[in-house]
Design a protein around this ligand. Structure first.
Ligand SMILES: C[S@@+](CC[C@H](N)C(=O)[O-])C[C@H]1O[C@@H](n2cnc3c(N)ncnc32)[C@H](O)[C@@H]1O
Length: 345
């Protein structure tokens, strides 16, 4: 949900809760109104079969209110289902890899809302394997209670929902997570800083897979406001709309570089067509080495050319203090050296 100047707004959708479908009729951050069909438009039941992913049961979709009692899909729900199913297809190889390497991999759904993602991951990937666990973290008690009930009704014993802020469950640097081993952290449209909280949780817990589809992002835009530079860049953020767009883009670039610096191989792609959601950038990070000094050097150079961006993420995961307003953890010698050799995991 946008808090300050987010990347788009959407009408509340009581059936779908806070974790509802993204933005029917929402106002585009590019200034145009999305052409999405009305939220409550009923769609033909035949569409359901087309949208069902492998191993997906109509019972779960009914339980999630994706399908009405009459067996129809509604337009809001269809968009969300498309996004999640596409995300599942993209993440399946990574999660299958975790199942091969670990007896009982733990997957976190951070900022879970109604936990559609967590429940669908459980059904499509963990239940067939008969191993592993999904932990949904959500700060709204009502949504947590609802997803617990759903999991119980559907007999999903390996699904757990925790009422908390993601940051509250994040271990301090070098400490073990109270969640135990965490192998993957997923965050779909976790609002603003919650995406960063998911990234920090994943990195600190040593997750092998981190995948986020960021939601609105207002923190960087607020840092840029009123900051004129002598150089040529300041016109990039002079107008509020540009500031918001650039702020969100910069944040995602920084997220990707931070993950790379911490040893992840990062892919950034579009999740689904922009007609389905404006919050559509998918960042997938797979851990393959302990750290990456080149990525850190790139991040430093980028930040040096910008006004101070004391983003919370950088405060948590930037390896050293410097003159950009970060108060990160104590210096890590290897990461502090931009040409340090890359160490395999
Ligand atoms: C836009 S909804 C998305 C929900 C769900 N992932 C989905 O895609 O349907 C964002 C959810 O994140 C939750 N949230 C926001 N900040 C959070 C935080 N710091 N910790 C846990 N949950 C958070 C909100 O309560 C909300 O339910």
């Amino acid at each position: 949900m946008p808090r300050r100047g987010g990347r788009g707004t959407r009408p509340a959708s009581p059936d779908l809760g806070d974790g509802a479908a993204s933005g029917a009729g929402e106002r585009s951050s590019r200034g145009a109104t999305s052409v999405a069909p009305p939220a409550r438009q009923k769609l033909k039941a035949g569409l359901l079969l087309r949208e069902l992913g492998p191993g997906q049961s109509p019972a779960l979709l009914r339980e999630l209110h994706i399908v009405t009692r009459g067996g129809e899909l509604n337009a809001d729900a269809l968009r969300k289902l498309k996004q999640i199913n596409h995300l599942l297809r993209l993440l399946a190889p990574g999660i299958e890899g975790l199942l091969q390497r670990h007896e009982a991999p733990v997957l976190v759904d951070a900022g879970a809302g109604n936990a559609w993602l967590g429940l669908l991951v459980h059904e499509a990937l963990l239940r067939p394997a008969g191993r592993g666990k999904v932990v949904a973290i959500e700060r709204r008690a009502d949504l947590v209670e609802r997803s617990r009930q759903r999991a119980q009704q559907l007999g999903m014993a390996a699904f757990e929902a925790i009422h908390a802020s993601v940051a509250d469950l994040t271990p301090a640097a070098g400490e073990a997570s109270s969640l135990g081993d965490v192998h993957a952290v997923l965050a779909l449209h976790a609002c603003d800083r919650a995406t960063d909280e998911a990234i920090v949780l994943g990195v600190r817990a040593g997750a092998e897979l981190i995948a986020v589809v960021p939601c609105c992002q207002a923190e960087a835009a607020a840092c840029l406001e009123g900051r004129a530079l002598d150089g040529t860049l300041s016109p990039l953020w002079r107008h509020p709309l540009h500031r918001r767009e650039l702020g969100a883009h910069l944040t995602n670039v920084i997220r990707a570089l931070v993950l790379e610096a911490h040893g992840y191989r990062v892919r950034v792609t579009e999740l689904v067509g922009w007609e389905h959601s404006l919050k559509n950038e998918l960042i997938v990070a797979e851990r393959h080495q302990r750290q990456n000094g080149l990525a850190l050097a790139q991040l430093r150079r980028l930040l040096a050319d910008l006004p101070p961006l004391p983003l919370w993420l950088l405060g948590e995961l930037m390896p050293t203090r410097d003159d950009h307003g970060f108060a990160g953890p104590a210096p890590d010698d290897a990461l502090a050296d931009p040409v340090a050799p890359v160490a395999p995991v």
